[in-house]
Design a binder for this molecule. Structure first.
Ligand code: CA
Length: 512
């Protein structure tokens, strides 16, 4: 009798908290994705400017990839590469201005077909409605930092508060009560932060207040020693950050109470700027501090919220059977070369963070220096779910690299192609190849080349293209670049007309 009661109680308990227990082959997947987060603002990568203890946990308990390279360093195109596992010229998303073709094959659709429940919450930024998801709540466009509007299936949702916190609230709500507990799940938990214009949440207004953030050694780069595009862009801290970027006025999306709270900390409009009363390099230094602190404050908001999510996975018992992946859509300039923004094939925007935790499968503290890419994410997610990647996906699963060993036949060169020109920030179109030690870049509208020796010149300040001692290497790299273009089925160069002249906000203006 007693035994029967216990069995009854046990079965009632089980029915009350039915929880899908994934098999070894079908773990849950949580993909944490940010917008414009450089690895140099992540302490797992040795940041000298901030601490990110919660994100670091993923690296400490899993693997850190030190050479994850994007194929096209800009928001929407990177997201399309992640979804499709194909380069921009095949998935059709060459620039931010285009609308993603959601009718094409994506990894969420393939996971769905394999019995996974798929969900995306937060930043989407692809203009068309998400496809391949059982559940989606996405910011409209870029989304503001305060009081965001979410698009959902057939509805919109206006939320009051700080966007980074709200995205986490919605993700936790879906994990707790929105999903089908009988199915394995794949959640894309995607932040707007730390994208421009870097508005921190109220918890972080005062962070770094009484200190200076170290300046990068190339803050005052004069762009000599490189091809012409480097000097002609519109993304310098000195000349192209505006009053909104510099937080001389409260965010427009704030309500009255939020604005009052903001002004209590930051002061009334423009007060800080006038009080600074600076010019020349001193003014650039002031702008750098102003900008970089706000950027890092928004990163702190992400880190706190990732801590909330990891905490929930621990408490719910999901952590053991859930692969947690952290990455950003591309890297970013925190003052290197005097810049903010991304776009270039130079290291700071080419590299993006990639951390993976899989309890029992990945040895804590593993590090990989293999040349991996956001092109590989789709094949990796499918492999985790036991689904083979379709032959037309161009990346490879990273699962075999989770040991820290690199397979013998892994790639040793990476193809990059940036298209968005003429457009905001006026960064000339270019493509190129990066090997472990060198990088060749071709600005095809100008027929100008750059070659960097990354061992001798890791900050890429001196192109050695045309230098006779690098002549043989340049020929080799051109051959490799051509091989990659054939391998990835890149069409012939499209040569638009220019020019692009940036105004003080980095926005192109018509030439006189
Ligand atoms: Ca981005």
């Amino acid at each position: 009798m007693t035994r029967m009661l216990i069995l009854l109680a046990a079965s009632t308990l089980l029915a009350g908290c039915r929880q899908y227990i994934p098999t070894e082959e079908r773990p849950n997947i949580v993909f944490i994705f940010t917008d414009d987060h450089t690895a140099r603002a992540l302490s797992a990568y040795g940041s000298v400017v901030n601490e990110t203890p919660n994100l670091d946990r993923i690296a400490q308990e899993g693997i850190r990839f030190d050479r994850c390279l994007v194929t096209n360093s800009i928001c929407a195109p990177s997201r399309a590469v992640v979804l499709t596992g194909k380069h921009s010229h095949l998935n059709g998303q060459l620039t931010n201005g285009q609308r993603f073709d959601g009718s094409q094959q994506t990894f969420p659709k393939l996971l769905q077909a394999a019995g996974y429940q798929t969900s995306i919450i937060g930043k989407w930024h692809l203009r068309s409605a998400p496809t391949g998801f059982d559940h989606w709540q996405v910011l409209r466009g870029q989304g503001p930092y305060y009081n965001p509007l979410f698009l959902t299936e057939g509805d919109t949702l206006r939320m009051e508060g700080y966007t980074t916190n709200i995205i986490t609230d919605l993700a936790l709500e879906w994990l707790q009560s929105g999903r089908d507990p009988d199915k394995p799940f794949m959640l894309m938990y995607q932040h707007k932060a730390p994208h421009r214009e870097w508005h921190p949440g109220p918890d972080h207004y005062n962070l770094y207040e009484d200190m200076d953030i170290p300046e990068p050694p190339t803050l005052f780069d004069d762009y000599t020693g490189r091809a012409s595009p480097a000097a002609e862009q519109g993304m310098t801290i000195a000349r192209h950050l505006d009053v909104t970027d510099l937080k001389l006025q409260a965010p427009r999306s704030m309500n009255e109470a939020q604005t009052a709270a903001w002004e209590a900390v930051y002061g009334p409009r423009n007060e800080a700027f006038h009080a600074a009363n600076l010019e020349g390099d001193d003014l650039t230094r002031w702008k750098y501090q102003r900008y970089v602190k706000e950027y890092l404050r928004t990163v702190a908001g992400v880190d706190d919220n990732v801590g909330r999510l990891l905490g929930y996975l621990d408490e719910s018992g999901l952590a053991d059977n859930t692969v947690v992946i952290y990455s950003s859509d591309q890297g970013w300039y925190l003052g290197e070369h005097g810049w903010y923004d991304k776009r270039w094939m130079y290291e700071e925007s080419l590299l993006t963070p990639l951390l993976v935790r899989w309890p029992g499968k990945i040895t804590p503290g593993t590090v990989s220096d293999a040349m991996v890419s956001n092109l590989d994410f789709a094949a990796t997610f499918l492999d985790l779910a036991g689904v083979g990647a379709p032959a037309d996906m161009q990346g490879r699963s990273l699962k075999p690299l989770f040991t820290g060993e690199t397979p013998e036949d892994w790639r040793t060169s990476h193809y990059y192609h940036y298209y968005e020109y003429p457009a905001v920030h006026c960064v000339e179109r270019h493509y190129g190849v990066r090997t472990k030690t060198h990088k060749l870049i071709y600005y095809y509208n100008r027929d100008e080349w750059e070659l960097f020796d990354l061992t001798d010149d890791p900050m890429e300040l001196r192109s050695v293209y045309g230098d006779s001692s690098y002549q043989d290497l340049a020929v080799e790299l051109k051959t490799e670049l051509e091989r990659l273009r054939v391998h990835y089925q890149v069409p012939d160069d499209d040569r638009p007309t220019g020019p692009c002249i940036p105004n003080e906000r980095g926005v192109p203006v018509a030439p006189n």
